[in-house]
Design a protein around this ligand. Structure first.
Ligand code: ZN
Length: 145
C-alpha cells in the first residue's frame, strides 16, 4: 500500500512532566484531530517501557529500563485504528554512560522533559487492521490509485 499525502499543519511544543509519553501523544493527536502524520520527539524520560516484536511467535515482548534516560531519537507516525488516531513510535534512549536502548514505544514510559514536533498530513485515510502474514496491525486500506 503506497499513497501520496500532502503536509498541512505543524504542531510543536513541550511534553508534560510526569506524563506517559505514548498516552500523551495519543491524547494530543485526538484533541487536535490529527489522524495522519509523523511524530518526532527529543528529551528525557524517568524510565522506559519498550517492546520487541518476536517475529516467529508473533507477539510483543515488553521490557523496562528503570533509570533516567535521554530520548536521543523518537520517530513515529499517526494513523487510524478502529477510527481513533494512534501513534506508532520507535525510540532510541541513552543512559548516563551513553549506552543505548531501543524499541517499539509502549505505555509506561514516563516523561521527564521533552519537545515534540508533529507534522500533519492530509490525503487518503490510513487505517490499521490485522495482517495475517505478520500478526501485526498494519495499514490495511486497499489501493485506490
Ligand atoms: Zn513498532
Amino acid at each position: 500500500m503506497i499513497r501520496e499525502v500532502k503536509h498541512s499543519r505543524y504542531l510543536m511544543g513541550k511534553l508534560e512532566h510526569d506524563s506517559d509519553l505514548l498516552e500523551w501523544l495519543n491524547k494530543f493527536c485526538k484533541a487536535k484531530n490529527v489522524t495522519l502524520g509523523r511524530v518526532e520527539v527529543i528529551g528525557s524520560v524517568k524510565r522506559a517501557r519498550l517492546a520487541y516484536y518476536a517475529q516467529k511467535e508473533k507477539i510483543y515482548r515488553y521490557f523496562e529500563v528503570d533509570e533516567p534516560l535521554e530520548i536521543t531519537s523518537l520517530i513515529g507516525n499517526v494513523s487510524l485504528r478502529e477510527g481513533e488516531p494512534v501513534v506508532h513510535a520507535h525510540v532510541n534512549l541513552a543512559n548516563a554512560k551513553g549506552e543505548a536502548f531501543g524499541g517499539h514505544l509502549a505505555q509506561g514510559t514516563v516523561v521527564f522533559a521533552g519537545e515534540f514536533l508533529i507534522q500533519e498530513f492530509t490525503g487518503p485515510e490510513f487505517s490499521r487492521g490485522f495482517d495475517e502474514a505478520t500478526g501485526l496491525p498494519l495499514w490495511s486500506n486497499e489501493d485506490t490509485t
